[in-house]
Design a protein around this ligand. Structure first.
Ligand SMILES: Cc1cc2nc3c(=O)[nH]c(=O)nc-3n(C[C@H](O)[C@H](O)[C@H](O)COP(=O)(O)OP(=O)(O)OC[C@H]3O[C@@H](n4cnc5c(N)ncnc54)[C@H](O)[C@@H]3O)c2cc1C
Length: 413
């Protein structure tokens, strides 16, 4: 359960706050990816716009994203790349502000970018160029940015609009946009603020959990795979009716790598992962060939041609790896098949928000317009970005959601 913000008042009057500074048309809380795009658009429409952030710098996560190179979007953006209580909700925004629009903005700003695997687009230089472009766009459009601002309360005023009380005084606005992001990486300003505001206004929040996150293993499996820490293999991993094929990395705590981050969005506690460690070729083909060409060779030697030696040793009993190919009986073949193509592991959890890239779940989409991002029950209150119940795959999808939702709300605030 989330707790109420201290100092919360649902109905306030501007006259009660002698320190209220010039009223704004729009206040945006959260100067991250979605907030900055929304601010630039709102200000471009000549709406006086104030952007508040409690962090020391804006777009801190953009700076860290993509290992400092910002995987800012993907060539292949579709609603299917997002997990959400309402899979149709994201379609409208993604089609009104697309990956091509963001690419166009980078080209206009002279920022070089490059394509990597799976249509992922990264800055060729550094994420800082993208952060600076976002800041410049918001500033040149006329938005005012204040960082290092602690927000103590947010309320609706009796005469309409919102009052935001902060460590730098009170500010009022007709429209209030919550762009406070999710829970991952509290060191760079993440926290439950957005969810709390939703709850304060009676807007439901779906269950939250870490997404795009490494998974941890039970003690026994951890001991079994610990010697493999640092080893990466190409694997296909399935859970929750989805499969991904990319690199799997064994860690001291369990499993990581892109394929695990992807599947973590679909995995739920108590469920099993089914791992195909040899997705490129079937074991049957390999064994048949070996049976006719080198029947006396050992299973160990054969597997080491396709899998790291240490992995084969962790997967199979020594009694089996030391057997010759020609001595394998049907039950041996079944054990081999299950270990290599259908390894079943039940993670005991995730590494949590400390290492997660995103928060799965969020502000319920039933309460919002997919066109404007305004809440249905509180006129003038908007939610955008990761705080919403929209979680993208790994590969630039989450930032594209931030850009798209921010841009769309910016047309209406
Ligand atoms: C390490 C890491 C790497 C990532 N890499 C990628 C990537 O390469 N590609 C990709 O698509 N996605 C990536 N993501 C995810 C992506 O960064 C986020 O989904 C995206 O930034 C969300 O945008 P947002 O505007 O909703 O929130 P954010 O960008 O997180 O911005 C939220 C802002 O709100 C502020 N805020 C929070 N609480 C308060 C408060 N109480 N008062 C005032 N301000 C507040 C925060 O300081 C922050 O500036 C990555 C995430 C992490 C953690």
């Amino acid at each position: 359960m989330l707790h109420q913000l201290p100092g919360w008042q649902i109905s306030l009057s501007r006259s009660r706050f002698s320190s209220v500074k010039t009223p704004f048309d729009v206040i945006i809380i959260g100067a991250g990816a979605s907030g900055l795009v929304c601010a630039a658009e709102a200000a471009r429409r000549r709406r006086s716009t104030l952007l508040l952030d409690h962090g020391d710098k804006a777009a801190a996560k953009v700076l860290l994203s993509g290992g400092g190179k910002c995987n800012f979007t993907n060539y292949n953006i579709a609603a299917e790349n997002y997990i959400s209580g309402n899979p149709h909700f994201c379609k409208s925004a993604l089609s009104r502000y697309t990956q091509w629009d963001f690419i166009g903005a980078l080209d206009e700003g002279g920022i070089q970018w490059e394509e990597r695997n799976h249509g992922q687009l990264f800055a060729s230089g550094s994420a800082r160029e993208i952060q600076e472009m976002l800041l410049n766009k918001a500033r040149t459009a006329g938005a005012e940015l204040k960082t290092g601002v602690k927000i103590s309360s947010v309320g609706q005023m009796s005469e309409g609009g919102f009052l935001v009380s902060t460590s730098r005084g009170d500010f009022s606005a007709d429209s209030l946009v919550i762009a406070a992001g999710g829970l991952s990486l509290s060191d760079v300003g993440a926290g439950p603020f957005g969810y709390r505001i939703a709850e304060q206004f009676g807007i439901p929040v779906t269950p939250l959990s870490p997404g795009l996150v490494p998974l941890t293993l039970h003690k026994e499996d951890k001991q079994r795979f610990a010697p493999l820490a640092g080893i990466a293999v190409d694997a296909e991993v399935s859970a929750g009716g989805m499969s991904f094929r990319e690199n799997l990395l064994f860690t001291h705590r369990g499993l990581s790598g892109p394929v695990i981050l992807q599947i973590s969005n679909y995995w739920h506690p108590g469920e099993e992962l089914v791992i195909n460690l040899l997705p490129e070729i079937t074991l049957e083909t390999i064994l048949e060939k070996a049976k006719s060409e080198t029947p006396k060779s050992l299973v160990r030697g054969l597997l080491s041609r396709y899998l790291p030696k240490r992995l084969a040793a962790a997967l199979l009993p020594a009694e089996l790896t030391e057997r010759s190919i020609k001595s394998l009986n049907p039950s041996h073949l079944q054990i081999l098949e299950n270990a290599v193509h259908r390894l079943s592991l039940k993670p005991n959890g995730t590494e949590g928000y400390r290492t997660a890239e995103v928060t799965r779940g969020g502000v319920s989409l039933d309460s919002l317009s997919s066109k404007t991002f305004e809440t249905r029950t509180v006129p003038g209150l908007y939610f955008i970005g990761e705080v919403l119940d929209v979680t993208g795959w790994l590969g630039g999808y989450n930032l594209q959601w931030a850009w798209s939702s921010g841009w769309c709300a910016g047309q209406f605030v």
